[in-house]
Design a protein around this ligand. Structure first.
Ligand SMILES: Nc1nc2c(ncn2[C@@H]2O[C@H](COP(=O)(O)OP(=O)(O)OP(=O)(O)O)[C@@H](O)[C@H]2O)c(=O)[nH]1
Length: 609
């Protein structure tokens, strides 16, 4: 064994050739461009015809600049496979790892990951292999390609069985049985499950499962798989104390197995056979079988269980034949093989425990991060809630303010309405007596302060009762509204006009002396005379009698002023109505008496009359 590492790789490579074969089945599904078709064609023959595979790859490489991004990644993946096949596993792993960091599509990356697991298994780098396997198993649910999914489960079963983690190997084998998409996968799954179950002591060599699996594999031409299953069964018979059954099974299968040329299983067969022969006291056959096992194993495999068994048989053989020197050599080899075997088992166990520890640590880290995330999320929610609360508060405040504004507006409208009701006379829409009185007081007060004259004109519709009685109250109301309207038109902007009685009106004229007030009253009187009453539905004459007083003669007291104006108006009534009388003066005026419906209206000085 000049280069044990290389030997080891070669042997394990053969073992994992099964995986490679299957990896080749799960070609990446991508849009089929011309190059993509060529890449797929190469992919399909990569394990069955490695030479043509390399030729095809070289052809595609000549057009590497014309390849799309994904085609380039596909080519890289196949190049990795090519390198692994040629034994440069480190270079292959490097390519696969680069692919994992690239923009290759998810399935291509997944395939690269499975291949890495495979390569690490060949290198017996269990620790890294377990890391990538763990990663691939977590990712597999997101992979839509069913073949790739089942492939990842299969590699898990193979990996765990190879690692000596038979319980896991069995679990994944059973999973693979359920999702197997081909007869070949079903056969593989059965082999892996039986291998694991046997190691766990969960299945007897005589179990029907063995026969079923062997039949199924043989029916599908999987001779190697059938041989491996038979090997497992034969070993089971040996441990169960039935070496004759072991011999029957192995001797029968050996010719077919030898045709496959698969050295690890051939070596295993020889070692188990040697032990069975020895137990059956067929020492010659045991010796030959043990030598064959050592030969096969020494050229192909690292120290392992099969070799340990074979050296033990040789030691026993030499010792029983008194060849102490050879017995010593055989024993030394046996001890070394056994120690190496135990070391390997220990290494595997430690690798698995380390991976588990790392996984637990990682899980703890994830749990911690999750907790931190939860805290952050809670804090964020809290902040959001606070901001929500603030926002709600602001919205509530806005609503309250809006309601207050609306309420205030409504209240203001109501106030204005009620104020108007209070300030204005509902029928004539001029100031009510109350409001007129208030405004009049203010005006007189101001005017007194400035010593400005204020005149008061009091007027009353003549014979209003008659209008009401003969034409109805509606017409009376019409008359009142029109008198008020005309009065407003005649009054100035700052005059204060009010309805102070039923059909009685009063207007205060600031900065107006009595003569000016008389003129205004005359103008108003005439406008009323001219009023077109037919609009009411009746044609009737509408006149009013006016009394005028002024602050200089009556004082700035409203009551006095109104009283005097009322007195003058009374005089106007007395003197025939439709006229203007001035308080404390003889004169009453009625312009254009001829046109008036009433009799002549001389100007009368009330105080004298
Ligand atoms: N249609 C109507 N009539 C009113 C209103 N307020 C008072 N009156 C009427 O006005 C009339 C006033 O009549 P009187 O006080 O006798 O005076 P007059 O008939 O105008 O006689 P002179 O003032 O002497 O010309 C009454 O019949 C009241 O009913 C009102 O708001 N609408």
């Amino acid at each position: 064994m000049s280069n044990p590492k290389k030997m080891m790789r070669l042997t394990v490579n053969r073992y994992f050739k099964l995986i490679i074969l299957l990896l080749s089945l799960a070609s990446v599904s991508t849009l089929a461009s011309d190059f993509m078709l060529q890449l797929k064609a190469a992919d399909e023959i990569r394990s069955s015809d490695p030479r043509t595979f390399s030729v095809k790859l070289n052809e595609i490489r000549k057009h590497s600049l014309e390849l799309s991004e994904q085609e380039t990644y596909y080519l890289q993946y196949l190049s990795g496979y090519e390198l692994a096949f040629k034994g440069d596993i480190d270079a292959a792993i490097s390519i696969y790892k680069n692919l994992l960091q690239s923009n290759a599509d998810q399935e291509q990356k997944f395939r690269a990951k499975i291949s890495i697991v495979n390569e690490f298994a060949i290198l017996k780098n269990w620790i890294e292999g377990l890391q990538y396997l763990d990663d691939a198993l977590k990712q597999k649910e997101s992979i839509k390609n069913e073949q790739l999914q089942s492939l990842s489960i299969m590699i898990a079963a193979i990996f765990y069985n190879a690692l000596g983690q038979y319980q896991l190997g069995y679990t994944y084998s059973e999973q693979l049985k359920k999702i197997a998409t081909t007869e070949r996968q079903t056969c593989f799954a059965a082999q892996l499950a039986l291998d694991a179950a046997s190691q766990l002591g969960h299945v007897k060599a005589s179990a029907q499962a063995f026969s079923d699996a062997i039949t199924q594999c043989e029916a599908n031409g999987e001779i190697l798989m059938a041989s491996i299953i038979i090997g497992v069964q034969a070993k089971g018979y040996l441990s169960d104390g039935h070496p004759e059954e072991t011999l029957t099974k192995l001797e029968q299968q050996m010719p077919l197995l030898l045709k496959t040329g698969y050295q690890p299983t051939i070596g295993e067969y020889y070692s188990v056979l040697s032990e069975a022969y020895w137990q059956l006291n067929m020492q010659g056959k045991a010796f030959r079988a043990a030598n064959n096992a050592v030969k096969v194993q020494s050229s192909q495999a690292p120290l392992n269980g099969a070799r340990t068994r074979a050296y033990k048989v040789l030691y026993q053989y030499y010792r029983s034949h008194g060849d102490n020197a050879a017995a010593l050599d055989a024993y030394i080899n046996y001890a070394e093989a056994d120690k190496a075997n135990l070391d390997e088992i220990k290494t595997k166990t430690m690798a698995y425990q380390l991976a588990q520890h790392q996984s637990i640590e990682q899980q703890n880290r994830i749990t911690l991060l999750n907790q931190q995330n939860k805290v952050l999320t809670l804090q964020q929610k809290l902040a959001e809630n606070e901001s929500h609360t603030q926002r709600d508060l602001i919205v509530a405040l806005i609503c309250v303010i809006a309601l207050l504004i609306l309420g205030a507006a409504q209240s203001w409208r109501n106030q204005r309405h009620f104020r108007k009701l209070a300030e204005y006379d509902g029928l004539t829409n001029i100031f009510s007596r109350t409001h007129f009185t208030a405004l009049a007081h203010q005006l007189l007060e101001r005017s007194q302060q400035h010593q400005e004259p204020v005149s008061c004109v009091m007027f009353d519709i003549d014979h209003f009762k008659q209008i009401n009685d003969s034409k109805g109250h509606k017409t009376g109301d019409w008359a009142l509204r029109n008198v008020a309207q005309v009065s407003r038109q005649v009054c100035r902007h700052n005059d204060v006009l009010g309805r102070v009685g039923g059909e009685e009106f009063c207007v205060l004229l600031p900065q107006t002396n009595i003569m000016q007030a008389k003129e205004m009253a005359e103008r108003l009187r005439l406008r009323l005379v001219e009023l077109y009453t037919r609009d009411s539905g009746y044609d009737f004459s509408l006149t009013a009698s006016f009394g005028v007083a002024e602050t200089s003669g009556s004082s700035y007291k409203l009551e006095a002023l109104m009283h005097d104006a009322d007195q003058a108006m009374y005089q106007a009534k007395l003197r025939g109505r439709n006229r203007v009388c001035i308080f404390a003066k003889e004169e009453c005026s009625s312009l254009e008496p001829a046109m008036l419906p009433v009799t002549t209206t001389p100007t009368v000085n009330i105080s004298q009359s």
